[in-house]
Design a protein around this ligand. Structure first.
Ligand code: NI
Length: 227
């Protein structure tokens, strides 16, 4: 399931991120790639352990944890410190799969990558090419979102970033481990939560059936959650 989360960052947040990133130091993106990915990866990224990357990453995580749609869709247990990349003309990231387990060098924390996320920091009209292409059972999906919007997709899927033909594509990307490991179970819970929120809007939280469904929601999480 692909889920777009709009307005994770405001336009002024994005402008501030871009300003800070413009004066930061960048390295070859292959430093964090697995051996298979390294062969097809051509981009740059902020040094993952740099002060700049850590501070911007912490701001991204703070914005995400305050975002009800993100929480509902991901049910995050642990979020890997967000990384930042940029692609110039001629750069791309060929088809690859993300590592199943990632360790953070600074904290030693390891996570199972259940979901991958890309937070777009360039507007779509700033560059040509650079689509994030994600494959699932329904085919290949091309994603290019406005700056400040995020896409969540299963880390188990093959994906790529197409070659940049004009301009620069800047983004933040990260992985997370969900409390709900199984993607199908997570998607059922997300659908249930979305329906409950719609019912709450329409008939209020005090309706006995809304209460009962909310109970089912929490009991499913209780049943499936791994902490
Ligand atoms: Ni990837």
């Amino acid at each position: 399931m692909l889920i777009c989360v709009p307005d994770v960052l405001s336009k002024s947040d994005v402008a501030e991120f871009r300003h800070i990133m413009d004066s930061a130091e960048w390295e070859d993106g292959r430093s964090t790639a697995g051996s298979q990915s390294a062969m097809v990866k051509r981009n740059e990224q902020l040094f993952p352990n740099s002060e700049t990357a850590r501070q911007l990453g912490a701001s991204v995580v703070a914005a995400l944890t305050a975002n009800p749609l993100f929480i509902s869709a991901a049910i995050p247990l642990r979020i890997f410190p967000p990384l930042f990349n940029r692609y110039g003309v001629g750069q791309f990231f060929g088809e690859h799969v993300d590592n199943s387990v990632r360790g953070d060098q600074l904290t030693g924390t390891r996570i199972r990558t259940d979901l991958s996320a890309t937070l777009f920091l360039s507007e779509p009209d700033e560059y040509d090419g650079g689509e994030l292409v994600i494959e699932d059972h329904y085919g290949a999906h091309e994603i290019k979102l406005p700056a400040g919007h995020l896409v969540l997709y299963p880390s188990s899927s093959l994906h790529m970033v197409t070659e940049i033909m004009r301009g620069t594509r800047v983004a933040s990307f990260f992985w997370l481990q969900s409390m709900i490991r199984d993607a199908h179970a997570r998607s059922l819970i997300f659908d249930l939560d979305t329906s409950i929120q719609a019912l709450v809007e329409r008939i209020g939280r005090n309706d006995p059936e809304v209460r009962r469904l909310t109970n089912v929601y929490h009991n499913l999480i209780r049943y499936w959650a791994e902490l």
